[in-house]
Design a protein around this ligand. Structure first.
Ligand SMILES: [Zn+2]
Length: 296
């Protein structure tokens, strides 16, 4: 059978899932339920009619405005719906109907939610990351996680792990590497920030200075989650790509546009975007890189 029919189905379901992710993005950081009440206009509080709640289409038909108060609806809503649909379709195209697809679809949706909660509210809610960490660990028993270089180390120490156990070790290793690295860097930044604050307050007596927080605990939790899904090599790739992407976007904008001079860049958004890429094709990029450098 042609792949086009299931692919179109996945894309349509993707729009509906994207609609649900919008509810998660706007409600979970506020601590609200994602089930009740039904969708409401965030500006006038009017319940949204079912025919105005069709993904993307309703946004276009309404001209991007609420039917009741006529105020504009954030473009993030249709964007998240289209993004979810496109990413799930790409995952299906690569993995077909398989456990790999289920796992990729889940991590993609978790990362889309976290990318946008960090962008909109600078929050990476623990509710989402803790659920993700548990899901990543459990799924590692069914879909193999890249256990390099742990499998090799374990074998050297006389523990010849294989199958689901080796995969679980890879998942735990990825979480410890990703979360541990961010925790350590966060502690260093915290220490440097405190020192800077003390120094400035000694230099300018009577003035107060803020110790900026560059890496929050939300970022540590996000990396724990990414680690459980990806294992060590791909978690490392996500950190590299996220940091590179963040630098390439933030640096020129901070210099060129005065509005971004003191902008608090959401690191989680860049890590999330990198994770979305890695879950779709990060392994192919890694193998190509290892082959090119002669390492694998
Ligand atoms: Zn309204």
């Amino acid at each position: 059978m042609s792949i086009l029919i299931p692919l179109a189905l996945v894309a349509v379901f993707g729009l509906a899932f994207g609609s649900f992710l919008n509810v998660c993005i706007s409600r979970i950081p506020e601590g609200d339920s994602v089930v009740v009440p039904g969708s409401r206009c965030p500006r006038c509080g009017h319940a949204i009619r079912w025919r105005d709640n069709i993904p993307v289409l309703s946004y276009l038909l309404l001209g991007g405005r609420c039917r009741d108060c006529k105020q504009s609806i954030s473009r993030i809503y249709p964007l998240v719906e289209i993004l979810t649909s496109a990413m799930l379709a790409l995952a299906y195209w690569r993995y077909r109907l398989s456990p790999e697809f289920i796992k990729a679809a889940l991590v993609l949706m978790l990362l889309i939610v976290l990318t946008f909660t960090d962008l909109r509210t600078r929050r990476l809610p623990h509710k989402i990351t803790i659920f993700g960490i548990a899901a990543g660990l459990i799924l590692s028993l069914f879909v193999p996680v890249d256990a390099r270089p742990l499998g090799w180390l374990l074998a050297r120490w006389g523990f010849a792990a294989s199958g689901p156990l080796l995969s679980l070790a890879g998942s735990l290793g990825g979480a410890l590497m990703g979360g541990g690295l961010f925790y350590a860097v966060g502690e260093i930044f915290y220490f440097v920030g405190r020192r800077r604050k003390e120094y400035l307050e000694k230099k300018y007596p009577g003035e107060e200075f803020q110790a900026k927080e560059y890496l929050g605990f939300g970022d540590v939790m996000l990396m724990l989650m990414i680690g459980t899904f990806f294992g060590i090599p791909l978690t490392f790739e996500t950190i590299l790509l996220g940091s590179l992407g963040g630098t390439l976007v933030a640096l020129p904008l901070s210099v060129a546009d005065s509005r971004f001079k003191d902008y608090a860049w959401p690191y989680g958004t860049f890590l999330g975007a990198a994770g979305i890429f890695v879950s779709l094709g990060g392994d192919l990029l890694l193998e190509r890189y290892l082959h090119w450098t002669g390492l694998g």
